[in-house]
Design a protein around this ligand. Structure first.
Ligand code: AMP
Length: 399
């Protein structure tokens, strides 16, 4: 069973092809800067040399056609015919309230994803292009949508509703949806296996810290609250996004500084977060500056970690009992400093953190960084959203 996973973004396409009988990765790759004068394609077939092409890639259709040609290439390829791909699993950012599980894509599902585009204008339209082009290039493959929002559809209304006039929810579905669901779900399942507990009895707080950041309270394997909301702008401080902010700041920016709504949108999504605080958005650069004594970098790190701690405290109160706090994604898996800033001094919550284990790296997919006897475990788990999409794709086509 071969599954192609496609994550079609606004100007890029990431893909991974799996043999699901062994869960082996057959090829992975990335098409970048679609529509710009200098595009780039990187294709990494397992056991063969990497292919890199630097040329203009005008549209998503061109990009995916090049990917399909590479997958079928007699030298660099991994399949001999398009019909060897049994199914294509698509990452779709917004499934609204309509989708709480992976779904086989038909005309009605495509239409619903299109109807949800106003909720995710930067994401759902390119996701749809990926679905359409993959359908043409792999006509015999079953197309499956795996939604970023689906895992959070188990949140209760007290968590997902906003205290604004009820008609805005009833008529326009303005509520919190949450994102990064595939990652939170994947690390939850890995944590449950590691803890040796049935998923239905596993309570964890999953902390996804990457370019985007979110934190989820998971009770009995199900999301019951999460920090991102109506959009991926809410919650934690991120690379370029502000996270939580008093909405009155938006009125002030408009009324007193004369900023248009579009400018404020760009400011909060693209020019804020770590970038706004320091001029850098990559945490590695900020750590280097902090170690060199840069005060702005030190403050940004303190704010970043403080926000995560606040949410951990809140989610302890939500869950009552917590088996583990799980760190994942680029920062969560790699920054011992951030994990220490978040976890140090949380003994009162039963989090006995072990600084030496936190620093040690052994390449394992699951690492324990709590002290022996800690009531709450602290785990570092490598997320794998593509594998989770492939697994969910297989589960849905097997019914
Ligand atoms: P992701 O979105 O999960 O790919 O995470 C990307 C982010 O992870 C980058 O922007 C970096 O800020 C961060 N990152 C990656 N490697 C490291 C590292 N070794 N130390 C600290 N942060 C890292």
């Amino acid at each position: 069973m071969k599954i192609l996973v496609i994550n079609s973004g606004s100007s890029s396409i990431k893909y991974q092809c799996f043999d699901m009988t062994t869960q082996a990765v057959l090829a992975t790759g990335l098409v970048e800067r679609i529509g710009e004068p200098a595009g780039r394609l990187i294709h990494r077939p397992a056991g063969k040399p990497q292919v890199e092409r630097n040329n203009a890639i005008p549209t998503h259709r061109d990009g995916l056609a090049q990917v399909a040609a590479l997958l079928l290439d007699p030298v660099e390829g991994i399949i001999e015919s398009p019909n060897e791909i049994n199914a294509v699993g698509h990452r779709v950012v917004h499934g609204g309230e309509r989708f709480s599980a992976p779904t086989v894509i038909d005309d009605a599902v495509r239409e619903t994803i299109r109807d949800l585009a106003p909720l995710a204008p930067l994401h759902n339209p390119p996701n749809l292009v990926g679905i359409e082009v993959a359908g043409e290039l792999f006509p015999d493959a079953i197309q499956v949508a795996v939604f970023d929002t689906a895992f959070h559809q188990t949140m209760p209304p007290e968590a997902y509703r906003y205290a604004i006039p009820a008609a805005l929810y009833d008529e326009h579905k303005i509520r919190s949806y949450g994102f990064h669901g595939t990652s939170h779900q994947y690390v939850t399942e890995v944590a449950a296996r590691h803890l040796g507990k049935p998923l239905a009895d596993t309570n964890v707080i999953t902390v996804h810290l990457g370019n985007g950041c979110s934190i989820t309270a998971v009770r009995g394997g199900q999301s019951v609250d999460t920090s991102m909301g109506f959009s991926p702008l809410a919650g934690l401080i991120m690379g370029t996004r502000s996270g939580d902010i008093d909405p009155a700041v938006v009125f002030f920016l408009h009324d007193k500084l004369g900023m248009a709504v579009g400018e404020i949108d760009r400011l909060l999504n693209k020019q804020s977060g770590l970038l706004g605080l320091t001029g850098d958005n990559d945490l590695r650069d900020i750590q280097r500056r902090h170690e060199a004594g840069d005060e702005a970098a030190t403050l940004a790190l303190a704010m970043y970690a403080y926000r995560v701690r606040k949410y951990i405290g809140a989610y302890f109160a939500v869950l009552g009992r917590v088996d583990a706090v799980v760190f994942t994604a680029g920062v969560g898996q790699n920054s011992a400093l951030v994990r220490r800033l978040v976890c140090d001094g949380l003994d009162g919550l039963g989090i006995y953190f072990d600084a030496a284990r936190n620093e040690a790296r052994n390449g394992d997919d699951v690492r324990e960084i709590h002290a022996d006897g800690s009531p709450v475990r602290v785990l570092v788990i490598a997320t794998d959203e593509e594998l989770e999409i492939a697994r969910q794709t297989v589960s849905v086509i097997r019914g």
